[in-house]
Design a protein around this ligand. Sequence first.
Ligand code: ADP
Ligand code: MG
Length: 230
Amino acid sequence: TEQMLQKSEKLALVGQMAAGIAHEIRNPLTSIKGFIQLFRSNTEEKTYYDIVLSELDRINHILGEFLVLAKPTAVDYKEVDLPLILDDVVTLINTQSILANIEIQTVYADQLPSILGEANQLKQVFINVLKNSIEAMPHGGIIQIKAEKKDDSLISIYFIDQGVGIPEERIPSLAEPFYTTKEKGTGLGLMTCYKIIEGHRGNLLISSKVNVGTTIEIRLPVATEKPIAI
Ligand code: ADP
Ligand code: MG
């Protein structure tokens, strides 16, 4: 049946992920081991120490993303102020965008209806999406963030970049774990985003044109007001 199929699909996914995680962890660990062995005799200790630290950070980053994926999504959703969260995220990512010669512009519609959500999870989604946009724009440019009402029941947040874009046939692969085109990528960022947005009963849509840019649209349901008891 449909349910059984979903379950076996999920199990296959877990297995695929466990294998991938093990693989991702083994490479930095091998590197750490090698450099630690050189510590004793070498004068370039500082360089090796930095490498050890950055490899440890990488392990931490991979495990962090994995833990989000493995965690159950049942969270207590509260009313969140989307423009406030988006502004926070832009501030957080500011150093990175300035270094990349990127300007982030924000346009929020007046009287944006409120939504229910978990602020920290939503921040993580927005950071992942913005990081991908920054990483896709090696020559700098503009990233636009727009938040507006889609219809009576939905809000849309658009992240519009001027990056390298994604070939159309590659778009279905993006939700898969470990799909990355980056040397130091984990391929877990977008999957984490999908999972969190799904938990919020929303949708994440990708449209892209090679050498023009990518737009990520995140749709979230408007908080429905509880009927007032008379
Ligand atoms: P990672 O960033 O670690 O590679 P993600 O899951 O965040 O993993 O993204 C997966 C892949 O999707 C990226 O490696 C990249 O090829 C592609 N991608 C995601 N966002 C964008 C974007 N805004 N522009 C171009 N490519 C993108
Ligand atoms: Mg990413």
